[in-house]
Design a protein around this ligand. Structure first.
Ligand code: XMP
Length: 562
């Protein structure tokens, strides 16, 4: 493979990892957010992953998601035993990393190991455990990656249940654990590690890397830890969820004509691929509709690139620019613009339903879209930023029924949030470019423009987004940020362009890091880069007077202005 795939995964995930929000403190507000997120994910169980800097930490997080448990990353230098007690996870994972417990231990509150919560240490994580229970850890030979056959010892641990000698494990030479501590029960060895796995009460560990695909029993080991040792009950493995969704779609859509609102963003693309999979079991017609008008220049190119001319889908772009602009006339607040956009969206899609005589409509609506549109967050504790999402609460009708018979509406991702949706997409082969597209709001550029939306402001907004796209990609920041955008205000700023003193609009742009949009931090972009972006925007776009970068996060502000 495996190395190519591994390298590829590593490149992608190491970029993504930078965007992951790691738990650095535990406050009432963090606990409230966590509670809300757990309600949304329909689970009362959380795992904590302490990453000691391993290049494979992202693979651990991904493995936990794949087997279907909710896992939060925690900063080992900041999260204490007291914090862990407040979070009350059902299990803890310690990753590997470049430190050495011999002379350069990772920053970590060892009190966490004494709480009694099951812990699974991997490589360095296992060495931390071994030293804690009194075993010696010594510098070994040179660091080197190899696979070895696993040799289980008699009475092997619950962690290795089902693993056999036919399994190979990827082992890293480095520090070695010695077998001298009576409190550490050795449960497996390999050719180069006498202590390849071991346990001491609620503390478990392996010297190899179960998170990499080269360890053939890795998933089994994580499953044993989470469900066997920690007793997790809530299990939502994305593979099972994906299969279940495909089965449901086959049942619902057999022989029908299905109209899919296809923006080409992550969620609607995942739904398109779910439909594609379902169609492999029983044929039905899929019509994908892309509505153009409030989009960025590259959105149409991208959606065409992935969906136009596909044998499993009839793809159509409908240009609704005039309808949008006419409906948005006189609409000055974001709330009103959202409503106006939604009216056009509904009208255009209903037109397509009638035209293609569709039997049902399918949308990529997420659980978050519904809760945000429905009035307040689940516990009511977060300042409710209620947004009317364009894809929630619409009524479509059976063609020719005179708006009397409601059309069935199918939303396969309505029980998912952004990252769990992405996990499903990954299982069914959605191209990575689609899977990791930055989110873009349904009402599009209309809510990134202050006051009334005019053709001129749309032109400016498009050009601004083009320059931001280009500059962020060129500097490699597009992967490190979760989302970016710009807001064209209605305020004039005087400016000197050449000898002429003129004025132009003030533009505010932003970039954030986030996991799923519930919370966000302003991206820490270098000043020189921001200065360059400002210079390009001011000089290349007629109508821009001055440029500001937003330093607010969420909470505090929200991601979109309105
Ligand atoms: P806020 O602004 O609430 O945004 O912090 C959270 C995430 O949701 C996106 N967003 C939307 N997405 N339709 C969408 O499909 C919408 O109406 C909408 N409003 C906000 C926003 O861009 C961010 O990623």
């Amino acid at each position: 493979m495996e190395w190519l795939t591994l390298f590829f995964l590593h490149v992608i995930w190491s970029q993504i990892l930078k965007t992951m929000k790691t738990l650095t403190k535990v406050t009432d507000s963090v606990l409230t957010q966590l509670k809300e997120e757990m309600v949304l994910r329909k689970t009362s169980e959380v795992f904590l992953l302490f990453s000691f800097g391993s290049q494979f930490s992202h693979l651990i997080a991904q493995m936990m998601a794949r087997i279907g448990v909710f896992c939060l990353e925690a900063d080992p230098a900041k999260i204490t035993a007291n914090d862990v007690g407040q979070i009350n996870p059902i299990g803890i994972v310690l990753s590997g990393g470049p430190h050495s417990v011999v002379d350069d231990p990772p920053p970590f509150d060892l009190g966490i190991l004494g709480i009694g919560i099951p812990v699974f240490g991997i490589c360095l994580g296992f060495q931390v455990i071994a030293k804690y229970v009194g075993a010696s850890v010594i510098h070994g030979a040179l660091r080197e990656l190899h696979t070895y056959q696993l040799r289980k010892l008699d009475g092997a641990a619950a962690l290795l249940k089902g693993c056999t000698e036919n399994h190979q494990v990827l082992q890293s030479h480095g520090d070695m654990i010695e077998t001298n501590a009576v409190s550490l029960v050795v449960t497996a060895s390999t050719e180069n590690a006498p202590v390849a796995a071991g346990e001491s009460g609620h503390l478990h560990g392996v010297q190899f890397h179960p998170e990499v695909p080269d360890t053939t029993c890795g998933e089994l080991i994580f499953t044993n830890f989470c469900f066997g040792i920690c007793g997790a009950k809530d299990r939502f493995p994305s593979k099972d969820v994906a299969e279940q969704k495909v089965r449901e779609l086959v049942k619902e859509l057999k022989g029908k004509t299905v109209l899919l609102a296809l923006s080409g963003g992550t969620d609607s693309s995942i739904v398109a691929y779910l439909l594609k999979k379902a169609r492999e079991f029983y044929p039905f017609d899929i019509i994908g509709i892309y509505i153009k008008g409030l989009d960025r220049s590259k959105d149409e190119q991208s959606v065409r690139h992935f969906f136009e001319g596909q044998p499993w889908l009839t793809f159509e772009v409908i240009d609704a620019t005039r309808d949008f602009l006419s409906e948005l006339q006189g609409q000055k607040t974001s709330a009103l613009k959202r409503k106006a956009m939604k009216r056009v969206y509904q009208k255009v899609l209903q037109g397509a339903v009638d035209h293609y005589k569709a039997d049902c409509i399918v949308q990529g609506t997420l659980n978050t879209d519904v809760t945000e549109s429905g009035g307040g967050m689940v516990t009511g504790a977060r300042t409710a930023t209620i947004k009317e999402h364009h894809n929630v609460g619409l009524s479509f009708f059976v063609p020719g029924s005179n708006s009397e018979k409601p059309l069935p509406e199918i939303t396969p991702l309505v029980d998912q949030v952004k990252d769990t949706g992405r996990n499903i997409g990954q299982e069914i082969g959605v191209p990575v470019e689609l899977l990791w597209r930055h989110p873009f709001p349904g009402p599009g550029l209309s809510i990134r423009i202050s006051d009334e939306v005019t053709f001129e402001k749309l032109r400016i907004s498009r050009q601004v987004h083009e320059i931001l796209d280009e500059e962020l990609a060129k500097a490699g920041h597009d992967k490190a940020v979760w989302q970016y955008g710009a807001y064209v205000t209605n305020e004039q700023h005087t400016c000197s362009k050449g000898d002429e003193a003129v004025s132009g609009l003030i533009l505010m742009w932003w970039a954030v890091t986030s996991v799923n949009g519930f919370t966000a931090e302003p991206a820490d972009l270098p000043y020189k880069f921001r200065r360059r972006v400002a210079q390009r925007l001011e000089t290349e776009i007629r109508g821009i007077g001055a440029v500001c970068y937003r330093d607010s996060g969420k909470p505090g502000a929200t991601i979109e202005v309105g």
